[in-house]
Design a protein around this ligand. Structure first.
Ligand SMILES: [Zn+2]
Length: 103
C-alpha cells in the first residue's frame, strides 16, 4: 500500500529527438528517383516505394520534369519501334506483346 507502485503511463510519447515521422527518413533522393524511374513508369514499383516516389515528385519539380522527359522518350521509342516493325511483324506476335503489356 505505497505510492511506489504508481502505474506507468500506458503510452509514453516520443522522446524529444525521436523521429516520430519515420516515413520522413525514407523520402527518396533524386538519385533514387532516377533509379526507380523505369519501374515507376512500367508500374513495377511496390506500392510503398511508389508512394515515396510520388512524395518526392511533390517537392522536387526537377524530378517531375525528368519523369515527363523520360515518358516522352519512351513513347517516342515505342512509336519508332512500332513504325519500324509494322510491316512484317506477325499478328500473333503483336497479340502476345499486347497481352504481356496488359497483363
Ligand atoms: Zn528530385
Amino acid at each position: 500500500m505505497t505510492a511506489a507502485g504508481l502505474t506507468p503511463p500506458a503510452f509514453s510519447g516520443p522522446a524529444p529527438g525521436d523521429d516520430f515521422f519515420p516515413q520522413r527518413r525514407f523520402v527518396l533522393t533524386c538519385r533514387e528517383v532516377t533509379d526507380f524511374l523505369m519501374d515507376y513508369v512500367s508500374g513495377d514499383l511496390p506500392p510503398d516505394v511508389r508512394a515515396r516516389f510520388e512524395e518526392h515528385l511533390q517537392v522536387c519539380p526537377p524530378c517531375v520534369v525528368f519523369l515527363k522527359t523520360y515518358r516522352q522518350t519512351m513513347e517516342m521509342e515505342k512509336a519508332a519501334y512500332m513504325a519500324d516493325e509494322t510491316f512484317d511483324i506477325p499478328e500473333e506476335l503483336v497479340g502476345a506483346i499486347l497481352a504481356s503489356r496488359s497483363g
